[in-house]
Structures are given as C-alpha cells and as structure tokens.
Design a protein around this ligand. Structure first.
Ligand code: SAM
Length: 403
C-alpha cells in the first residue's frame, strides 16, 4: 500500500482506486460485446444467479445497484455503498420566485435553485458562469445576489438569446461570446473571480479547474460527461490520482468514463421499452453480422438518436449493414436473428448489473481526482451532493476556494 496522510478524502480516494482497479476484469468489459462475458468462467455461479433474476429485480437494481443487492455474495457491495455515501453540503433554505424560472425547463430550474442554495458567495466575489448556454444560472444568481454576473458561451445565438432574456428580466448578466478552450479565456479569471458551472462537460470543466488554480479563482462546479475528452486514455488530473492509478494499475479509457454517467433519471415505460427494442435489434444484428462475416467478433454500429429507430427489424439491419459496408442477401429470414436479439438483450441487461455496481464509485473517484487537484494547489475543497439524484443523477458538487 502507498504511504499517504490519512484524510477522509485520501482514504476514500485510495480505497476506491484499489477496488476499481482490482475489479476491472468484471466491470470493464461491456457484456453486449460478447456472447459470454470474459469473467464468466471464473464467476460461473454469479453469472447463473444473474440470468435467473426477474425483470422487476433487474429494473430495481439498474436504478439502485448498491441497495439490497444479491451480488454482495461475490462483490464488495457494502463497502462500495459506504465509499459513495457523501455527507450533505451546507445549504440555505430559500426558494427562488417561480417567475424567475420563466423560459427554463422545469427540471433545469429546480437544479438551478438547488445550485443557488448551496453556493457560498463572499462579498468580494465576482461571479462568472462557465459554458453558460443561455445564461439561465447566471440570471438566477444575478437576481439572487443583486450583483452582476458574467457568462461565457461560445455559440453566438445562445449569447444573443441570453442577452435578450437578461434584458427582459432586468438581470445584470453580461454574456460574453468566448471559446473557453482558447488561450485568451484567461482574461476573464482573477483571484476575485468565483467561477460557477452547472453540468460543464469533461475537458471544459477540467480546463476551468486548471485555469482557476492558475488565477487563484474560487470554483463551484457540478461536473458532467467525463468521457467528453480529447484523450483516448484518461490521465488523472491530480498528482495523487496519477500515483494511485499507477500503484494499483487502474487504467481508464474513454468508454470506461462513459459508465460514470450511464445512470439517467428513470425514463417513462414507453421510452424504456423503445430503448430495450433498440438494444435487442442491435444484438440481433450482431448475431447476423457474425454469420455474414464468418467472424465471431463484435462490430460497433453507430448510435441512432432517440426517435430515429426504423419501424422494422429488417430496415434496421439494412441501415446497420450499409453503415458497415456489408451486403445483405435480398431474401433473408431475419426472424431467428430478431428472436436471438431479444434473448441476448434480456441476458445483457442482467449481466450488466455487475457494471452498474461500479457506476457511482467511478463517478465519485473522478470527482475526488478533481477535488484533489484543487487541494494540491492549496485550495480548501469540499465535495457533496447539491440535489436529489431524482432531479439529476449528475448531482455532485465541488466547492473550492484558495486557502
Ligand atoms: C451541457 S451545456 C450546459 C449549459 C448550462 N450550463 C446548463 O446547465 O444548461 C454546455 C454548454 O457549453 C457550451 N460550450 C461547449 N463548448 C464550449 C467552449 N469551447 N467554449 C464555450 N462554451 C462551450 C455549449 O454551447 C453549451 O451551451
């Protein structure tokens, strides 16, 4: 074990690294890519138990993998549940006037309200929203704190709409069209700046943290989409994260990172059914392509936006085959392939429950990496949740201020 000072963050970070690294062979392979998961021969009873689970149990464990899980006979479920439990952050108890939320989606507005309740603003802070979209958060904060808020966004139409909404609501928001990845973004940050970001994606929020550290700015960040990054292999942002990953042999690629954001707010029944159908058809096509190519290997097929799935399995197969440069015979009995697709879909949903156990631990690990970066730069930093996971599963919050 590496030597380190035993702070709570450090203990959590170190143990999570060890568990994620140790169980990589079980959670990294995505079961839809294999006829049988690579870990099956070593965990035959686990695979058998999963295959027997009822649909209701599968749905329950997909939504809440660490709660009353039968997988605890094989995997460290209780310890993982313990490691992802975060103390609630201090919050003020106020509501924003509902009229302020005009032009903002209902769920987004509740997230903004929760963000505002947890934000710790000091009198000297100059607020700056990072990747602001239409500046909904900036507007709420400008009105809440009766102060001017600057907002950076690179899309001109969003800036224009942000200006229009701010003028309409008489909110002191200064929308600035700015690419936050461009070198000149540094002109917006100083030691007086308090950068706020709600659901800024991968590289965008890592850049925010690195530039905030360089300028000494305070940060309040709800990170999102860790897999939206240029790097194919994840390089931990903190020195400690790099050392722990090296010591324990944790190696994450971009696909692994997307597991951290796989949890979504439970979709309505119809949407879930449509998603299951898309998965079953993909797996049915997978069987077909293995036969057509005479090669027993998974072939990735591009994803289709929701609502673009063709009406019939045959049309889906023709579309997927054309994308992969495969020729489908004119007359072909696809019924057996569709049936196998549905069977594999049910099986994959069960085997994936192993991966789901590591979803939140991975997300917390990524957030601890960011928190540790700030601590290493002499910041006092905290992590916790700012709203219920039902409002958004991306409910983690980092607050950091130069000590
Ligand atoms: C996920 S949205 C978040 C918007 C807002 N914070 C919210 O919660 O609704 C990300 C925003 O970042 C903007 N964005 C993406 N890349 C950017 C860049 N390089 N510079 C500035 N803004 C960027 C997008 O245009 C989009 O409005």
């Amino acid at each position: 074990m590496p030597k380190h000072p035993e702070s709570n963050t450090e203990r959590r970070f170190s143990r999570l690294t060890e568990l994620l690294a140790g169980w990589q062979p079980l959670w990294q392979p995505a079961p839809f890519m294999y006829r049988q998961p690579p870990w099956q021969s070593a965990y035959r009873e686990l695979a058998e138990m999963l295959r027997q689970l009822s649909d209701d149990e599968v749905t329950r464990l997909q939504a809440d993998p660490l709660q009353d899980s039968l997988l605890r006979a094989w995997l460290p479920v209780e310890e993982l549940a313990d490691l992802v439990r975060l103390a609630p952050l201090a919050a003020e108890n106020f509501s924003l006037p509902p009229a302020w939320g005009q032009h903002v989606g209902g769920r987004k507005w509740l997230q903004i309200e929760a963000f505002a309740r947890h934000l710790q603003v000091s009198a000297k802070d100059s607020l700056l929203e990072w990747c602001a979209g239409k500046g909904h958060l900036a507007r709420a904060l400008a009105r809440c704190h009766a102060t001017e808020v600057a907002a950076l966004e690179w899309q001109a139409p969003l800036c224009a709409e942000g200006r229009r909404l701010a003028a309409k609501q008489r909110a002191a928001v200064c929308m600035r069209q700015q690419d936050v990845m461009a070198p000149d973004v540094v002109r917006h940050l100083s030691s007086q700046t308090h950068v706020v970001a709600l659901h800024a994606c991968g590289d965008l929020h890592v850049r925010l943290l690195e530039l905030a550290v360089a300028a000494g700015s305070a940060v309040t960040l709800a990170p999102c989409c860790y897999h939206r990054t240029q790097e194919a292999v994840y390089r931990p942002v903190s020195a400690r994260g790099r050392a722990l990953s090296g010591d324990f042999g944790l190696r994450l690629n971009r696909d692994d990172l997307s597991l951290a954001v796989q949890e979504t707010v439970t979709a309505p029944r119809g949407v879930r059914r449509r998603r299951e159908q898309a998965n079953a058809w993909r797996l049915g096509f997978d069987e077909l392509q293995r036969e057509l190519r005479g090669e027993d290997r998974y072939l990735p097929v591009p994803s289709l936006a929701y609502g673009q799935l063709p009406e019939r399995f045959e049309d889906f197969c023709r579309w997927a085959a054309s994308r992969k440069g495969l020729a489908l015979p004119g007359a072909f009995d696809l019924v057996p392939f569709e049936r196998i697709g549905w069977q594999r879909q049910a099986e994959v949903a069960r085997l994936e429950l192993v991966r789901h156990l590591f979803r939140r631990p991975l997300e917390i690990w990524l957030v601890l990496d960011r928190l540790t970066l700030m601590e290493e730069a002499g910041y006092r930093a905290q992590v916790g949740t700012f709203c219920d996971a039902k409002l958004t599963p991306r409910n983690l919050f980092i607050l950091a201020r130069k000590a």
